[in-house]
Design a protein around this ligand. Structure first.
Ligand code: UDP
Length: 339
């Protein structure tokens, strides 16, 4: 489904883009039916690229891309990224496949590790074959529970290698190492973006797929209890989807990004309790905020330094948390009506 809010976001992302750079190019997006992947599909279809969207629908929904399936420059490949059967080659590859919600990936730890290791390897092999430029959607999770805030790219992390989050954290860390290994061994043109808590239209709010922000919006709109884990003093920094996508595009486009790693996130830090209160206020909800046990190994603070992306990519977020939340809440209301 594409609606006015997502169309506006896509237009905003397209503004000032070097369209000839993408037009008529073959582009592969793994995890293309997911939240961020489907934004990339919409964007590149609108720019006249030939888009191949690879997805096994383990966490994504057909609804995100069904409006594209009849377009001539779009094709859907229902495949598992760890068993890629594609024969074609691509100009640009965006490797986004992976479960991303802690409650969900902890239910599928083996698959999460395989996707980020074997799946990354299969995608990288394809990139070698086509001499493609390839971007890895890594994560703030590679820092674990960081001791340095704001966290810059040269911080090596504080990760529990055998903890409940390790399937994702170590999966993404292995993925980054593998991307760098392909660069060193095969001279592949790689770029790594460490995405920090992004949100917006199409993010899932149901069951274990839901992360804190969309779950809070859903709970607030339904008048259900808003479930804050721990005392809510842990912090996160939330980046609106169009800003995140602009960051990803800047990283694939810019020559100064080759072989480099960038934090892509909004440095504005807020406590989880503060987020719950903000969402309650913006939705005019009567929901109660309730407290539940803090999950194991939950990072205490998270906020990116984005100085490197500002300097090298001339990128920074434009949408404030308040504006991004308002857009997301509006979208959730429309999506709920369409159920
Ligand atoms: N969280 C929460 N209530 C929920 C889900 C998550 O308070 O219903 C907390 C979670 O424990 C973490 C923060 O909110 O401290 C952000 O969670 P998210 O799901 O976005 O994942 P994370 O940032 O930890 O990867």
């Amino acid at each position: 489904m594409i609606d006015p809010i997502i169309s506006e976001d896509i237009k905003d992302i397209s503004d000032n883009l070097d369209i000839p750079f993408f037009k008529d190019k073959e582009i592969l997006i793994t995890g293309g039916a997911g939240f961020l992947g489907s934004y990339l599909c919409d964007l590149f279809v609108s720019l006249g690229s030939y888009v191949s969207c690879l997805d096994n629908f383990s966490t994504s929904t057909l609804e995100n891309i069904d409006h594209l399936t009849k377009m001539k420059n779009f094709r859907l490949l229902r495949e598992d990224v760890s068993k890629i059967a594609i024969k074609e080659t691509f100009n640009y590859i965006f490797h986004l496949s992976s479960r991303a919600s802690p409650e969900d990936y902890q239910l599928h730890p083996v698959e999460t590790l395989i996707t980020n290791s074997v799946g990354s390897n299969e995608t990288l092999k394809l990139a070698v074959k086509g001499n493609s430029r390839i971007l890895f959607a890594s994560s703030s999770e590679i820092y674990g529970d960081p001791q340095a805030i704001p966290t810059s790219e040269d911080y090596w992390g504080n990760v529990n290698p055998v903890g409940v989050r390790s399937c994702y954290d170590e999966g993404k860390r292995f993925g980054e190492a593998l991307f760098m290994a392909y660069r060193r061994q095969y001279g592949l043109d790689i770029r790594i973006t460490r995405i920090h808590n992004t949100y917006g239209p199409r993010i899932r709010s149901d069951g274990n797929y839901a992360r804190a922000l969309p779950r809070f919006i859903d709970q607030a709109l339904k008048g259900e209890d808003i479930t804050v884990y721990g005392d809510g003093s842990q912090t996160r920094s939330f980046c609106y989807v169009s800003d995140t996508i602009r960051g990803i595009i800047a990283a694939i486009y810019n020559d100064r990004a080759e072989g480099e790693v960038f934090n892509i996130g909004n440095p504005y830090e807020i406590s989880i309790l503060g987020l719950a209160e903000k969402i309650k206020e913006l939705t005019h909800s009567t929901s109660k905020i309730v407290f539940r046990p803090l999950p194991e190994d939950d990072p205490k603070r998270r906020s990116p330094s984005i100085l490197k992306a500002k300097k090298r990519l001339n990128w920074q977020p434009k949408i404030s948390l308040e504006d991004g939340l308002k857009r997301t809440i509006k979208w959730f209301k429309i999506a709920n009506q369409n159920l």
